[in-house]
Design a protein around this ligand. Structure first.
Ligand SMILES: [Zn+2]
Ligand SMILES: [Zn+2]
Length: 330
């Protein structure tokens, strides 16, 4: 059974995952699965994954062909979906049994397509799948948060080449999310305005860190970008929860694909992580929190200074990063 433990010195929860247990000798570099013949996400290989939770298919049976998006439980989950949530103490320590959901969204049956190269409509459906899973997991009283994320490329943490995203539902609010929410609330208490709405207005006016915009969304390089070419995508109108705009994900799919294409162009198809920051469950009418996607191409390494200090060293100023991305010919 996986377990979460709280460290009161670093104020961090750590997941100890049974399914991923490794003996000391087993930490050799995991190889990326690149051969379509051995790929569990390729069309026709449906029996290689656990049974699907959600699928978009025209015809055919569940767990058979006919699909264009599948969502399945992670075969090696960090957390386990079955069981009751138990909080336990051990002297000064806290632990929770590792209840959670860990799912994989297979974005396409085609092995060599990516989120940036698939048709716009297909990318839109990927976002709908995120939204449907998020809405469903919100009904589970054991969970407080769902993190939707994508690891693209081996150095960004992917173990399969075939394009996919993941989500993890958690019984606790992640530390970074809590810090962002606390900071937004503090700003709101002081100014009675959403910090993200203010940020968007200022960056649209200033323009130096602006990467791309369409009617509903803006992509910008944050003023204090943690790593080169860090990009945030935000809805222009205030919205605390990851959700479609007027029942439509086309604007978000457009801006996400544009930015990924710009990065593919100027950074030579970089590995990257993205994650969606949305409001915590049961606090969804917040005036101070504003959902967004954070996209971080994996171009530098986190080393001793960063681990020890929480500082980041970034060789690329966001004004330059934004200019390169803006001017990329896609
Ligand atoms: Zn594949
Ligand atoms: Zn806002």
């Amino acid at each position: 059974m996986p377990e979460l433990r709280k460290d009161y010195v670093t104020d961090t929860w750590v997941v100890f995952s049974a399914a991923r247990a490794h003996r000391p000798g087993a930490f050799k570099k995991e190889k990326l699965t690149t051969d379509p013949a051995k790929c569990p996400f390729c069309y026709g290989h449906e029996p290689m994954t656990p049974p699907e939770i959600l699928a978009y298919r025209k015809d055919g049976q569940p767990n058979g062909p006919g699909w264009w998006i599948r969502c399945v439980p992670n075969k090696f989950p960090a957390l386990q979906i079955y069981g009751d949530l138990n909080r336990m103490g051990e002297g000064i320590f806290d632990r929770i049994n590792g209840i959670g959901a860990h799912e994989v969204i297979v974005e396409t049956p085609e092995h060599f397509l990516s989120l940036s190269t698939m048709p716009l409509k297909a990318a839109e459906d990927v976002l709908w799948a995120y939204y449907m899973r998020l809405s469903d997991l919100k009904k589970d009283k054991r969970f407080k948060y769902v993190m939707i994320f994508k690891n693209e490329g081996e150095v960004a943490g992917a173990s399969l080449e075939h394009t996919h995203s993941q989500l993890i539902a958690l019984p606790v609010i992640p530390k970074l999310v809590k810090e962002e929410i606390d900071a937004s609330r503090k700003y709101f208490d002081y100014k009675e305005r959403c910090i993200f709405c203010d940020l968007i207005n200022q960056e649209l006016e200033d323009g130096r860190r602006l990467i791309y915009q369409n009617a509903g969304y803006v992509a910008l390089a944050p003023f204090a970008s943690r790593s080169p070419f860090e990009t945030w995508i935000l809805p222009k109108s205030h919205e605390p929860n990851f959700s479609p705009l007027k029942d439509d994900f086309s604007g978000f799919a457009d801006i996400l694909q544009k930015v990924l294409k710009q990065m593919d162009r100027i950074l030579d198809i970089p590995p990257y992580n993205f994650l969606i920051h949305t409001s915590v469950f049961h606090d969804e009418v917040s005036e101070y929190y504003h959902w967004h996607l954070e996209l971080l191409p994996k171009l530098t390494k986190i080393a001793g200074f960063e681990w020890g200090s929480g500082f980041y060293i970034n060789p690329t100023p966001p004004e330059e990063a934004a200019k390169y991305l803006r001017e990329a010919k896609i």
